[in-house]
Write a protein that binds this ligand. Structure first.
Ligand code: PBG
Length: 336
C-alpha cells in the first residue's frame, strides 16, 4: 500500500496554504526570473530603420544601430541574452548560400556592433542556411534533395564566422545530421574553445513557425516543407535520441522547439539528461497570444506570464521568447 501523503480531512485542508498572498508566496515551488529569458530579435539593413512584422504584432525588424540600442535596453532590464535573426535581402540569396559565412553579413555586423557597445549581454546566433538560401531551406538543395554533408560543411563555415565576430552562443537550428560534432571540432581547431553551442536538438516540423518565416523573409523562397530534416510532431522518443546525440557531439545546452505544444519533451529532456534545457516559444505561439489579446478574448499579460511559467514548471532553465522585454518589465514590477 502507498504511504498516505496527506492527512485525511479535516486534519488536512489544502486551501489553508492558498488563503493569502504571503502564504502562497511561501509555498510557491518555483520562480520565473528575468535571468531565464532570451530575446530573439530581427535585424535588417540600413540606418534608423524600423519595419513592422505584420504577422507578429509588436515585433519589429531593426537596423544594426537600433539593434544595439535594443540590446542596451535588454541588458538594463537584466535580460542575459539576445538572439539575432537577419532579414536578408533577396538579392543576396543564392543556391550556394555563400552570404551565410560572409564575415561582414548583416548578422556578423550586428554581433560586432553589439559587442562594442554592450559587451556584457550574451549574443546568440542562428546557424542555418535558410535566410541565405534561394531555395529557402536550412540546408543546400541539389536535385530537389537537401544534401546533408555539404550543408554541414557550409554550416561549419557559418558558425566559424559567427564565433569570429564574437558570438557567445551558437544556435544550430538546421537539423542536419552530425553538425554539432563538425562545428565543435572546427571551433576547437580555430581556438574558439569558449564558444558555447545551444543546439536546436528536438526541433519539430511545425506550422507554428509561419510568422517567423515572414519576419526573416524566407516564406517566399521556401519550396516544399522541412519534413526530411525536422522531426515528426508525434515522435517524442526520436526527439530524445536527437538530444542525446547532440550532447554526445558536444552541445553545451539543448533546446526544444516549439515550446508550449512540446512541454512533454521539455520535461523528459530535463529529467532524463539533467542538462541546461531551453524552450523556444516560437512566432506562432506569440502570434496566437497577441491575436487573442488584441481581440479582448484573453488577458494578454496574464497569459504571457502563465505561458512562461509553464516552461519553468516543465523543467526548462530558460526560454527564448519575443515577449522577453515585456515579461522582464512585468517581473521587475513584481508579479503575483
Ligand atoms: C530557421 C529557424 C526557424 C525558426 C528559428 N530558426 C524557422 C524554421 O525552421 O523554418 C523559427 C522561430 C519562430 O518561429 O519563432 N532555421
Amino acid at each position: 500500500m502507498m504511504a498516505q501523503a496527506y492527512a485525511p480531512f479535516p486534519l488536512s485542508r489544502p486551501r489553508r496554504l492558498r488563503r493569502t498572498p504571503a502564504l502562497r508566496g511561501l509555498v510557491r515551488e518555483d520562480r520565473l526570473s528575468v535571468k531565464d529569458l532570451i530575446w530573439p530579435v530581427f535585424v535588417c539593413d540600413g540606418e534608423g530603420v524600423i519595419q513592422e512584422v505584420a504577422s507578429m504584432p509588436g515585433v519589429i525588424r531593426r537596423s544594426v544601430d537600433l539593434i544595439v540600442e535594443a540590446a542596451a535596453e535588454a541588458h538594463e532590464l537584466g535580460i542575459p541574452a539576445i538572439c539575432l535573426f537577419p532579414y536578408t535581402d533577396p538579392s543576396l540569396k543564392t543556391d550556394g548560400c555563400e552570404e551565410a559565412w560572409n564575415p561582414d553579413n548583416l548578422s556578423n555586423r550586428a554581433i560586432r556592433a553589439i559587442k562594442a557597445t554592450v559587451p556584457d549581454i550574451a549574443i546568440m546566433t542562428d546557424v542555418a542556411l535558410d535566410p541565405y538560401n534561394a531555395q529557402g531551406h536550412d540546408g543546400i538543395v541539389r536535385n530537389g534533395e537537401i544534401v546533408n554533408d555539404d550543408s554541414v560543411e557550409a554550416l561549419v563555415k557559418m558558425a566559424l564566422a559567427q564565433a569570429e565576430a564574437g558570438a557567445d552562443i551558437l544556435g544550430p537550428s538546421d537539423m542536419m545530421d552530425n553538425r554539432i560534432a563538425a562545428m565543435r571540432t572546427a571551433l576547437e581547431q580555430a581556438g574558439h574553445i569558449h564558444t558555447t553551442i545551444m543546439s536546436y536538438a528536438a526541433k519539430y516540423a511545425s506550422a507554428y513557425y509561419g510568422p517567423f518565416r515572414d519576419a526573416v523573409g524566407a516564406s517566399g523562397a521556401l519550396k516544399g516543407d522541412k519534413k526530411t530534416y525536422q522531426l515528426d510532431p508525434l515522435n517524442a522518443e526520436e526527439g530524445l535520441r536527437c538530444v542525446e546525440r547532440d550532447l554526445a557531439e558536444g552541445a553545451d545546452m539543448v533546446m526544444v522547439k516549439p515550446g508550449m505544444p512540446y512541454l512533454d519533451l521539455c520535461h523528459r529532456v530535463k529529467t532524463r539528461f539533467g542538462v541546461p534545457t531551453f524552450a523556444y516559444q516560437v512566432s506562432g505561439e506569440y502570434a496566437m497570444i497577441q491575436a487573442a489579446a488584441a481581440n479582448g478574448w484573453i488577458d494578454g499579460e496574464r497569459v504571457m506570464m502563465e505561458s512562461l511559467m509553464a516552461f519553468r514548471r516543465a523543467g526548462c532553465d530558460g526560454v527564448l521568447t519575443y515577449l522577453a522585454p515585456e515579461a522582464a518589465k512585468r517581473i521587475r514590477a513584481g508579479w503575483e
